[in-house]
Design a protein around this ligand. Structure first.
Ligand code: CDP
Ligand code: CDP
Length: 223
């Protein structure tokens, strides 16, 4: 496989990270979870008591605390400010605030630059909201994953149950719909399908079916 860049965008719980990891493994590519980077800045803002509205101070955090990914037998770990924040960035307080933090232009400028550096050598699968439109507009393959909000909420509900976390289905659905709205309506790099991205509606599809579909798209482009 040529060292191409594969951009996977879409709303919350559309299956981006799950299929991106499988694709990266099967092609021996690097996987970059850009959502984890916005979550890390949100975590740092809470830790250092920076207001989610303070664009300058949030941008400073991104400069002061580089975010590192490390591979482990338990999957990808996220480090910043001297600690393993892999679990902490998935907590509800971070999820509730991340769309506000990620809407700031200066925060995005810093993180987009870091993401482009990670992708410099190619051989990458990167998932997020603006990879095909802004971060890697030259990516050879662009996928836009969607699914009904009900199915996405159901997936998160099941995921929580498997982790032993009890969370009301309606609350999960509301939180996802709110994040969809904020991410799609912000001024800077909103969540939108790139003109040259392939739309894959994963409603009713298994993970294996989605992976197969994306591999077909990749082959159809001659890779
Ligand atoms: O995994 P989940 O779909 O819950 O979200 P995520 O990919 O971890 O992203 C968390 C949040 O970061 C999103 O709701 C966006 O507000 C923001 N984000 C972004 O603005 N741009 C990206 N490229 C990736 C994430
Ligand atoms: O990264 P993103 O937020 O887009 O979604 P994810 O974390 O990859 O997927 C959310 C949950 O949905 C995970 O528990 C996946 O196993 C599950 N999933 C699924 O059941 N069917 C799919 N076609 C894709 C994901």
């Amino acid at each position: 496989m040529d060292k191409i860049s594969i951009a996977i965008d879409g709303p919350a719980s559309s299956g981006k990270s799950t299929v991106a990891k499988i694709l990266a493994n099967s092609f021996n590519f690097v996987y970059v979870d850009t959502g984890a980077m916005y979550r890390a800045i949100t975590f740092l803002a809470i830790k250092h008591q920076v207001a989610f509205s303070d664009e300058e101070a949030l941008a400073e955090l991104t400069k002061r605390y580089p975010i590192n990914f490390q591979q482990s037998v338990h999957g990808q770990l996220v480090f910043a400010d001297g600690e393993d924040i892999t679990q902490a960035i998935r907590q509800p307080d971070v999820t509730a605030a991340v769309s506000e933090v990620s809407a700031h232009r200066k925060v995005r400028e810093e993180l987009v630059e870091a993401q482009r550096q990670l992708a410099q050598l190619g051989g990458i699968v990167m998932d997020g909201r603006d990879i095909g439109t802004t971060v890697l507009p030259q990516a050879e393959v662009k996928i836009f994953l969607v699914a009904s909000v009900e199915e996405r909420a159901q997936r998160r509900y099941k995921e929580n149950q498997e982790k032993g976390i009890e969370m009301d289905y309606e609350m999960i659905k509301e939180a996802i719909a709110k994040r969809d709205y904020l991410d799609s309506h912000r001024e800077v790099s909103p969540l939108v399908q790139a003109a040259d991205a392939e739309l894959v509606d994963t409603t009713g599809m298994t993970i294996e079916q989605v992976v197969t579909k994306i591999k077909e798209v990749i082959s159809s482009k001659g890779f």
